[in-house]
Design a protein around this ligand. Sequence first.
Ligand code: GUN
Ligand code: FE
Length: 444
Amino acid sequence: MSTPDLSDLRGCKVVFSGFHAPKLGVVETFTNAVMTIDDAGVITVIEPDGDLTGAIHLPEDWLLIPGLVDLHVHAPQYAQLGAALDEPLEDWLQKYTFPLEARFEDLSYADEVYSTLIEDMLAIGTTTALHFATIHVPATKRLAEICLAKGQRALVGKVAMDDPELCPPYYRDASPEEAIEGTREVIDFIRGLPNNDGMVHPVITPRFIPSCTDACLEGLGALAKATGAHVQSHVSESDWQHGFVQDRCGCSDAEAFKRFGLLRENAVFAHGTHLSESDMDLMVSHGAGVAHCPLSNAYFAGAVFPLRVALEKGLEVGFGSDISGGPSGSIWETARMGISAARILESGVDANTPAETRGTGDQRIDFKEAFFLATRGGADALGLPVGSFEIGMKLDALAIDPTRKEGTVRFWPEDTDLRKLEKMLYTVSKPNIVRVWTDGVRRV
Ligand code: GUN
Ligand code: FE
């Protein structure tokens, strides 16, 4: 057999082993399965025991899984990832984050940070990301161009924030009209990018209700309706933020977003740690989803997102790193924290409280559910045709080599397939990620 050329899988028939999670709680294992990819990177055949004639084989030890989806990234904040985590949200924004984001008026700085971010995300297996950029139209366009050039499937939004109450003079849209017009300009630009065949999408991005005037939010709601573009924001993130919206709008964030026409199909709202059950029901009935950001929540939310409750209600959930509110840009780390956070919510935290009353009952998720949320769950929340290996899906995938000495995965002969997936989820690190493809084209 000749050495397989794995740089472009379009138009190829591939023999592979690996895993996917097509539904919450369901994992399927592939062992020398056959997949055919068409010239557009779409999976056209997937067979457990297909005809191997004319196929190229992935190396035997490699395990193929769907690319990871990050539902909440502040792209400019990559410059402060792993720092500045000592203040509550409302102070963190003013002291560190707005000054940092204001620097993206400088396109050369934007180029440098955004190029590094997208390369680093792809290298750890994040093939799809939902990005907040900054208020700047030129730098936001540049982020979209960089995602397209480097091959990250991405949704990119110009941040809208115009309320002088909360936004400093040096970093805000001058008026609701400017926020709305800038958003419209970026939507048109992204949709018109040459060779953008479903790779990069625009997203309407009111930062959060406290940073936007009613006029801005209403205008963005109308723009969402007129353009059909995706929507993203933050929802009920912290006690302060949740209370701010209650005071100003006389209702919860979710109800306010509904009022402004922003609670829509495939809209994704970050955090939701303080959502009530009726808020969750409202989001489900409008087809909106949640980016669960457990690493960030440990620093800013003051609570653990009740993931189990959300999933049982049928709320669409995926993981978000929340770069840089969470100190890791890796969806692997985020998923691990997601499992841990749910367990801590279940057990409770205070040893001085009796064990029976310490926690909040059945809250855990397992590695199979976390694997789904990191892949297909995130893709479903966005309505994108990726996240599992099924006919009609675009091939976004990564190959894990569990035998790499420099890596951190160690399998033993007694490990079953499912146990291998479990170990992978918990122990994979960058040296184990040996290939990354989007649309069937090698990016790493
Ligand atoms: N709420 C408004 N802006 C932000 C932000 O940049 N990060 C987080 N975590 N929450 C926010
Ligand atoms: Fe955020």
